[in-house]
Design a binder for this molecule. Sequence first.
Ligand code: URA
Length: 433
Amino acid sequence: MSVEPFDAVDVIRAKRDGGTVPEPALRWMIDAYTRGYVSDAQMASFAMAIFQRGMQRDEIRVMTDAMIASGERMSFASLGKPTVDKHSTGGVGDKITLPLAPLVAAFGVAVPQLSGRGLGHTGGTLDKLEAIPGWRAALSNEEIMAQLAGEVGAVICAAGTGLAPADKKLYALRDVTGTVDTIPLIASSIMSKKIAEGTDALVLDVKFGSGAFMRDVEDARELARTMVALGNDSGVATTALLTNMNVPLGFAIGNANEVRESVEILAGGGPADVRELTVELAREMLALAGQPDADVEAALDNGKAMDSWRKMIQAQDGDPDAALPVARETHTVVAASSGVVTRMEALPFGIGAWRLGAGRARAEDKIVFAAGIDLHAKPGDTVQAGDPLFTLSADDAARFDRALEAVEGAWTIEADGVADTGGPLILERITAN
Ligand code: URA
């Protein structure tokens, strides 16, 4: 039996007492956890120490690197065309990846979008796409390469188990130990997967506000700067947009309804905020891929992005023309008074949709694809008493009470009010640390 060079308890104590963990000890800790030598209890304790004490940028870099080294590294070099990916830190009604990947691929750029599932109040891209009959999330590395190399050019699929396995283990542990929302652990988790994936370039959509992991703008900015630095230092050209998640994005929160809204965007229509964010993120991605002047809006309006979407869905056995699931039960909430909708908070609507069955309470739960919330008004809209504000959808009407409890008090209507959305949709662009 080989002798281990460090003791987990020393590493935990060093961080618990506010110190910096030396590089060899930190690398060992991640490796030993992946091998199962360091226990879940020890790693949970270490994660909590990081949560309480933070990490230096250099420690975050080492941690990210150690998580990359825990698994395989993919390479798209043989494709012979630029690759660019996008990652969102997660939000409510955030379906942007669905129209964005085919839109960018319509310009001849390869978009490898290795995505995850939702847990808690934030939705997951794979869960949304699985609402499309036949669509398949699990692809082999060979299938991913073939789809990127061929005329489709975009792939949205599940990240294979070989990519940053240390993060898979650690993320599941953080989820049940109250250690998700902290900059060192979020930054190393996201960037280890993205760097291991092998994309040439990456655009980060870093969210702040009620429905985001980082509620505070300053924290979101620091997270964005940390991730941009990690990406660029590893040779992945990385930029970030700091975007507002105080209000749900678009009108649809769920899975099947978010696919419907994404298809509206691809058809040149859809809600203004979803289109604006899709267009700005596409411009960022295409600029990194050497096409700063690409006419992104034209591709949404002239059907090019839609063609690309249809091919992408069909390549993964989905039927883009199939009817999407429809809920058995609906319940509509109406305005109690006339006036302007001044507030509509993202987090309660995310929790409400989750309780309707759009998300999972446990990793093994089945998603109800047709469950969710459709908003009929957003902040800034004028409504009359009795007008519909939003509709809940579920397969079982028994779910409505707890969803209504979640959204209770989440919106305000004022006779002469002005909408408060906590700032613009896109606050700033971050290109360096
Ligand atoms: N998404 C991730 O992949 N990891 C995190 O820690 C948070 C969001």
